[in-house]
Design a protein around this ligand. Sequence first.
Ligand code: PMP
Length: 316
Amino acid sequence: MTDTPPPYAWLDGRVVPWDQCVLHARSQGAFWGANVFEGIRVYAGGPGDDRLHAFRVADHLARLRQSMKALHMEIEHTDAELAQACNDLVLANGYGTDVHVCVVAYFGMGPHFDPLAHTTETGVHITSTPVGRSAAHEQGVAASVSSWRRISSDAMPTRIKAGANYHNSRLAQHEAVRNGFDTTLLLNGRGTVSEAPGSCVVMVREDRLVTPPGTSGVLEGITVATVKELAAEHLGLPLERREIDRAELHACDELFLCGTMSELLPITSVDRLPVGDGKRGPVTAALQGHYDDAVRARAGRPQWCTPVLPAREVVA
Ligand code: PMP
């Protein structure tokens, strides 16, 4: 992680200097968090491949459309234009390493400056920042069970990535860090496991992977969907979507966070009780390897990886 901003961002159709990627303080996007977004990873290829590859762009943009639909939001850009914009921005910033790209579709000011009024004024901003892998990728993280419950989908749509949803994530994450943990797991209103502040959670138990279903208040993760395919293909392990109760977090063999940003991150303790033997487990380690092959275009899923190309070579 770095605090030095990259030279460029993308705003409403143009690559712009980072400092010019701004929206008005009274826009609903800035004021209410009335926006929807996707985090997309762009990975350096494996040995002998000096290109960067964007991972599952089409799936992320499809979920962005679902998020927009839930908020009655329309934007001017097609998915092909947004994919091109991500490509152009990553190129402009001249990265040679792994990158995280945030595509945000936001609501503008609205009529009469009324923050509650529906508005057709919308825009898109895209920013990209370099990201590395921390030692936690091998060593694991300590999780608490949050005192905050995951927002319920009868209050806010939990299956979409709306900026405002992350107020809940933020409260939970900050509480966990204040209490000396790295991350936290939120239970839903029924008291069963939902997810972490910005990742899904997957448990390994009795030779299967288990993750809570969409009805547990989770964002249905693209990384979990990837892991499901990789686990079936390489390890012969099925992924089951069912409720997980709190006590099961202590009974399972392995547990890991699963998300675009966190990738597969071992959880080695929950509320200071070790998960398994308190170290990254063999299934998690094996899946991390297969995931790394997949995101760096080393494995056989070409449809998942879109190479970043100089503008004139991009096929729309
Ligand atoms: N839940 C939340 C709240 C998230 O923000 C994310 C990250 N997008 C995830 C789960 C994991 O989703 P994905 O694997 O699609 O990144």
